[in-house]
Ligand binder design. Structure first.
Ligand SMILES: O=C(O)CCCC[C@@H]1SC[C@@H]2NC(=O)N[C@@H]21
Length: 242
């Protein structure tokens, strides 16, 4: 896979969208600084120098729903890369839909965006941010959200973003080959084995409602499946609170 490393950009996902038409192979676009990084649901993502910020741009085979499952591929790759750089003792878990937790705090997030629409999705941009050296203060996140943490703060380890990209790109390539060869099943199983709060009560907040239930499983389409007093609910998109 090709790599572009930039000193500064507005957002690596925006740069991905601009570069996509001219790329002939899957490409990682990394930036040392982002001036206007974005998170899920229109939130701001704080991306100071020393943290990891990169976007993998690819031309996905398959329909948009299938492409979207790459957020789980990316979450697994992130967990593997973090486990490798931190060694044993790091307690990593995955929070639906695609956060990576370190010692129970949010250490990384993923933002999937596509260019083109419907059956015409031409490129997928998988944006990944990791708090390698700094995490925003708890006051900066939504009430009830997990505390942001950094690798440096939790472990004392200083990992350079370029070095992290080497681990992440290799881990992504391994999980991507599982996904393209065998489909979502092995990804789903691996994700479930690292899932935070499985079998425990969670609250899912969608645009229109708040649903409380027990985190039962991950659907075969990536939905969050909750067991609620009213029965099982499959939730395609939400924020989850523990
Ligand atoms: O809300 C989240 O948890 C997702 C955060 C994703 C942040 C990354 S940093 C690299 C890429 N560029 C962006 O503007 N956002 C993503």
């Amino acid at each position: 896979m090709a790599r572009h490393v930039l000193d500064e950009v507005d957002s690596t996902n925006s740069e991905a969208a601009r570069l996509a038409p001219s790329l002939s192979q899957p490409t990682w676009i990394m930036a040392r600084r982002q001036t206007s990084a974005r998170g899920r649901r229109g939130r701001v993502w704080v991306s100071p120098e020393g943290n990891f910020a990169a976007t993998l741009v690819m031309r996905p085979a398959g329909d948009p729903a299938q492409s979207a499952l790459r957020s789980f591929v990316a979450a697994l790759a992130l967990a593997d890369a973090l486990a490798l750089v931190m060694g044993p003792g790091a307690v990593l878990s995955l929070k639906w839909p695609n956060d990576v937790l370190l010692n129970g705090g949010k250490v990384a997030g993923i933002l999937l965006e596509s260019t083109g629409a419907g059956a015409g999705v031409t490129h997928l941009a998988i944006g990944i941010g990791v708090n390698l050296v700094a995490a925003p203060p708890i006051e900066a996140v939504e009430p009830g959200a997990l505390p942001p943490v950094s690798v440096l703060g939790e472990t004392g380890l200083r990992i350079a973003p370029e070095e992290f990209l080497t681990y992440l790109a290799a881990a992504f390539a391994r999980w991507e080959s599982q996904f393209s060869t065998f489909g979502f099943a092995p990804i789903r199983n691996a994700w479930l084995s690292r899932a935070a709060r499985l079998g425990q009560p969670v609250t899912a907040r969608t645009m229109t409602e708040t649903i409380e239930g027990t985190f039962d499983t991950l659907g075969e389409d990536g939905a969050l499946i909750l067991a609620t007093p009213q029965g099982r609910r499959a939730i395609p998109a939400a924020d989850v609170f523990f």
